[in-house]
Structures are given as structure tokens and as C-alpha cells.
Design a protein around this ligand. Structure first.
Ligand code: HEC
Length: 443
């Protein structure tokens, strides 16, 4: 995506640190949202397909998708905006590399938008199906044939949009994950800057597995929280709520038990360049939080209660934050060289801009000019090619301007010496060196 690269202005080291913080914040919003969206949709499809006849499963399938799609601007704010902003961050951070990570992320964002359209269609046709079912129950036979055909069409659209939504969502997430992994793997930048390499990279695959498992885990916690945070609800439809609780507890327990394996595997497949104490530290912290989660889920499963539901949600936010910070440290360590390049680029750019605006304040140092140009022929106390300064300078005392004129444009003075060649100094330089000489010769 050249157009993104054209937008890039070289950034100072401070700005790049800010951009990295921005990335962390972006992910802390984006990744939990994508996780919950993904598993809500997957579970909704599963329950509708496997147990569609059973009213509890049917209702659960519908509520799952309703809960995550309650508001379109939420999808925009939590999904599309973070995806775009991470593309812009990478355009800055990976500037001057040959990688097209921003381009891949923008492609992922496009897939995500298509996925959202399908997901919303899936949700609306769910309700449409109900309306048709309700209408045909009423035995309204004024136009039953037409009604029936619409009902069929709605059902087909519903089924397809759900599956396509899931497909596009998976592609979007996978592409996104693979791009982020590529960005953090500076060792393979020169070799694998193509889409196929991205898709078939082991790192991307392992990370994707971790995403799926973590997404089922966090979604179980969110379901428990949604349905049981308020005890008064539980009296409404005890059988249905029991079914939901039982399912969420089991799913949560199983997925949090698997999660540590994937976190460890993820650290193992990380590129060597990205290892640091911080990466290990945050991996350990994540494992620790998962351990607490497993225990909480297990206790709740044993008691068949949802008493820790809100604690679970908080812990998952912490867990996701730890995992994201860990990956960001890995990115940081792995891209040290890239940032040195960018910093040098920034300094060169700054210099150029300053020159363009005539802001260069080069410090002219008299001593340096003396040591660089005059010392070959002059010393203060000895004759070399030219006369010793201690001898010739007293006559210039108080006549600084005259001496500057001589240095800028030497004329023949003493027949004992050959003429002094013009040293090609600029007026400011002559001034500086003269000042230096007059201050330093022995009176
Ligand atoms: C290639 C040798 C050479 C270099 C380099 C050189 N000079 Fe000289 N300089 C001379 C010679 C030879 C004379 C004597 C010229 C004369 O008397 O006609 C001289 C004379 C002078 C004098 C005495 C002038 C006078 O009125 O008696 C000054 C002051 C001086 N040089 C300053 C400088 C400064 C400042 C630099 C460095 C920016 C410099 N020179 C570099 C060869 C050199």
C-alpha cells in the first residue's frame, strides 16, 4: 500500500514509543471484541444447526448473536476503527522496510466489513424466520404459497449469511494475526514478504489457535456475566438458565485448561530475535492468571454456580492485557534495528527540513579551524612555513577587522617568507579563528 507509506512522516523516537502504546491500547480493545464476536457467532451457528429443534438451543443461538450485535456503531468503534488505526501505526513503525503489513491489515479490515454485513444479515433473518413461523402458525391462509416461499428464502439466506459471516471473519482474523506476527519477526522480513508465506507460517497458525481457545474462554465468562450478574433474573426461566450455565461453565473450564499449552507453544515458536526478560515475564504472568481462571471455573462447575462471573470477566481483561503487552515487548525487541534506522532517518529528515527553512545554526569553532587548517604552517611560538603567531599578532592588537581581512585574503607581508596561500574560509570562520588566535597568543 504505497499510499499509506506516502502519508508517513519520519517520527522521532518519542513519537514511536507513543505509537507503540497506541498499538497496545488498540489491541486491548480489538482482540477481546474479535474474540467474543467470533465465538458468539460460531456457537450460535453450532446450536442452531445441531439442536435447532430444541427450544433452549434455538433461543440460546439467537440470544448469542443478538448480544454481540446489539449496536452497529459498537462494531465500528471496537472493530473497524482499531483495525484501521493499527494499519496506520504499522505504516509508521515499519516505514522503510519492504513489508506491506499495513496493506494486509487493511485487507483484513475489508474482509471484516464484509463479515459484519453477513453477521447482521444472519441476525435479522433469525428474527424474520420467527416472524414467518409465527404468521404460518396463525393459519392465515390468504396467501400461504407466497408466504411459504418467502419463508424458505429467508431460511436459506439466514443459513448462508451465518456461514459466510463466519468464513469472512475467520479470514479477517487470520490475516490480521499473520500480519502482526510478520511485523514482530524481523528475522524473516527479507524472505517472507508474501501472502502465502504469511498464511502458512507456523507462528501465525499457533497464534490463531490461541486466539480461538482464548475466545471461547472469554466468551464463556461473558455469557455467565450477562445471564447471572443479577440474581433476580435466575427465577425467570430456571430450566433455560440452567442449560446456559451448564454449557458456559463446561466450555469455560475446558478452554481455560487448554489455554496454557497454547500460550507456552506461542512463546516457543516466537523468533529468537524477540526474546527478552519482559516477554518471559509477561508470559509467566499470563499463565498465572489462567491458573486462577481454571480454579475459579472448576469451583463454579463443581457447585454449578455463577458466583465468580464478574471476577472472571475482570481477570480475562487482565489476561488479554498481559498477553498483548507480552507480544508488544516481543515486537519491540525484535525490531530494535528497524527503530535505529528510523531514528537515523528522522535525524536526516530534521536536518533537511531545518536547512530548507534556513534554521541550521552550525557552531563555528575557532580552535577547530586553527587545528584543522592553520596548524600545518603556524605555531604560536615556533617558525614553520609561516611566522610564529606570537611574533606577528601583536601588531593586530585592536585591529581585529584588519586581521580578518588578511586571513580571508592574504597579501605579501614579509620578504623572509613565501606568500601565504588563501585558505578559502567563510567570513564567519575567519572571524572565529581570529578571535581564537587573539585570545591565545602570548602578549
Ligand atoms: C600553507 C601554509 C600556510 C597556511 C595553511 C596558513 N598560513 Fe598563515 N602564513 C603563511 C606564510 C608563508 C605567511 C607569511 C606570509 C608573508 O609574510 O607574506 C603567513 C602569515 C600569516 C599571518 C601573518 C600576517 C602578517 O601580517 O604578518 C597570519 C596572521 C596568518 N598567516 C594566519 C593564518 C591563519 C589564521 C591560517 C589558518 C586559517 C593560516 N595562516 C594558514 C603560511 C600559511
Amino acid at each position: 500500500m504505497d499510499f499509506l507509506d506516502n502519508l508517513v512522516l519520519p517520527q522521532s523516537a518519542h513519537h514511536m514509543v507513543l505509537l507503540k502504546y497506541l498499538l497496545v491500547l488498540t489491541y486491548i480493545i480489538l482482540i477481546p471484541y474479535l474474540s467474543i464476536l467470533f465465538s458468539s457467532l460460531a456457537l450460535s451457528l453450532y446450536f442452531e444447526k445441531r439442536f435447532g429443534k430444541d427450544y433452549k438451543s434455538y433461543r440460546f443461538a439467537k440470544e448469542l448473536i443478538d448480544q454481540i450485535t446489539f449496536n452497529k456503531s459498537v462494531s465500528f468503534a471496537l472493530g473497524i476503527v482499531p483495525l484501521l488505526s493499527s494499519a496506520f501505526c504499522y505504516a509508521q513503525l515499519l516505514h522503510l522496510t519492504r513489508l506491506d503489513v499495513p496493506g494486509y491489515i487493511l485487507t483484513a479490515a475489508l474482509f471484516f466489513i464484509v463479515a459484519l454485513i453477513f453477521i447482521y444479515t444472519y441476525k435479522y433473518t433469525f428474527h424474520l424466520k420467527d416472524i414467518f413461523a409465527f404468521a404460518s402458525q396463525k393459519g392465515n391462509d390468504s396467501c400461504p404459497a407466497e408466504l411459504e416461499s418467502y419463508q424458505k428464502k429467508a431460511a436459506r439466506l439466514h443459513k448462508r449469511s451465518g456461514l459466510y459471516g463466519l468464513l469472512f471473519l475467520v479470514i479477517a482474523v487470520y490475516l490480521f494475526i499473520a500480519s502482526v506476527q510478520l511485523a514482530a519477526d524481523s528475522g524473516s522480513w527479507s524472505t517472507s514478504n508474501n501472502l502465502l508465506g504469511l498464511i502458512f507460517s507456523l507462528k501465525a497458525f499457533v497464534y490463531f489457535l490461541q486466539f480461538i481457545v482464548a475466545s471461547f474462554a472469554i466468551t464463556s465468562a461473558v455469557i455467565l456475566y450477562k445471564y447471572f450478574r443479577n440474581d433476580s433474573i435466575s427465577s425467570k426461566d430456571a430450566e433455560y438458565l440452567g442449560f446456559v450455565k451448564n454449557f458456559a461453565l463446561r466450555l469455560g473450564t475446558v478452554s481455560t485448561i487448554i489455554l496454557p499449552l497454547l500460550i507456552i507453544l506461542n512463546v516457543i515458536v516466537k523468533p529468537i530475535e524477540s526474546f527478552s526478560y519482559d516477554v518471559f515475564g509477561y508470559a509467566l504472568l499470563s499463565l498465572f492468571v489462567v491458573l486462577i481462571l481454571v480454579i475459579l471455573f472448576y469451583v463454579m462447575l463443581k457447585e454449578s454456580s455463577a458466583k465468580f462471573a464478574s471476577l472472571l470477566v475482570y481477570l480475562f481483561v487482565v489476561l488479554f492485557a498481559f498477553m498483548i503487552i507480552k507480544d508488544q515487548y516481543a515486537f519491540d525487541t525484535s525490531t530494535k534495528k528497524q527503530f535505529a534506522i528510523l531514528e537515523a532517518n528522522y535525524e536526516a529528515y530534521q536536518k533537511k527540513v531545518k536547512e530548507e527553512f534556513g534554521l541550521v545554526t552550525e557552531v563555528i569553532n575557532g580552535a577547530e579551524i586553527y587545528n584543522g587548517k592553520c596548524i600545518a604552517c603556524h605555531q604560536f611560538d615556533r617558525r614553520l612555513v609561516g611566522p610564529p603567531y606570537n611574533e606577528v599578532l601583536p601588531k593586530y592588537e585592536g585591529k581585529q577587522e584588519q586581521l580578518i581581512q588578511f586571513v580571508l585574503n592574504p597579501v605579501k607581508v614579509n620578504p623572509e617568507y613565501p606568500p601565504m596561500p588563501n585558505q578559502g574560509l567563510k567570513p564567519k570562520e575567519a572571524e572565529a579563528v581570529v578571535e581564537y588566535l587573539l585570545m591565545n597568543y602570548k602578549k
